[in-house]
Design a protein around this ligand. Structure first.
Ligand code: SF4
Length: 199
């Protein structure tokens, strides 16, 4: 995609991110820290979104504001470079798909990675969705449908429904999904379609 800058991430998160990435972003802002799997899930997503290694370094350094340069360089720099294929095996790691996020590396109670539709309790999911998306038109009247979809185990369908509701003002109708009735299968697909609709 297009290049994005470190100082654009906050606005992009509020306007275009699916719940998994918005949750990681909000926790990072609140705690000035994310644990390993959270950094991995969010970092690879941001890479694919268009954050260069230089901008990624800037973004993570600023976000981890409670750490000295020395601590940051020692504990976090290598992993960020690694996810850009600049260390170790030098592999070009793709961002995780919904399927991978839903089934791999199950989050514990102090983790922020994973998929909120799958890994949050119904109460926490409801609170989180309203706090993330009421600015984009999600209301408490939408919640029962979303929770019953989640209860049936159709997490990506719930995520797709939230996409439709929060992009209704861009002309997206129920059942249309990310276009042509397609459901969300990847967080980057959610974000890029959302950005496309804004143009
Ligand atoms: Fe993220 Fe996929 Fe879950 Fe949506 S369904 S919140 S994009 S992991």
């Amino acid at each position: 995609g297009d290049e994005i800058k470190a100082d654009m991430v906050d606005e992009l998160a509020r306007k275009h991110f699916p719940a998994c990435m918005r949750n990681l972003h909000d926790n990072l802002k609140r705690d000035h820290h994310l644990k390993h799997f959270g950094r991995l899930q969010y970092g690879l997503f941001l890479k694919v979104l268009g954050l260069s290694i230089e901008e990624a370094m800037l973004f993570w350094r600023r976000s981890f504001s409670g750490y000295t340069d020395d601590q940051f360089n020692k504990n976090y720099k290598y992993n960020i470079r690694h996810s850009y294929g600049l260390e170790g095996k030098r592999a070009n790691y793709p961002a995780k798909s919904c399927q991978q996020i839903l089934t791999m590396d199950q989050p514990g109670s102090t983790d922020n990675h994973g998929c909120p539709y799958r890994h949050f309790s119904p109460d926490n999911l409801q609170t989180a969705l309203l706090s993330m998306y009421s600015a984009q038109g999600l209301t408490s009247a939408d919640i029962p449908e979303i929770l019953s979809t989640v209860k049936a185990g159709h997490y990506h369908v719930a995520c797709t429904r939230v996409f439709e509701i929060t992009h209704a003002n861009r002309g997206v109708k129920k059942g249309e999904g990310v276009g042509g009735g397609e459901s969300i299968t990847h967080p980057n697909q959610y974000a890029s379609r959302s950005r496309e609709l804004e143009k």
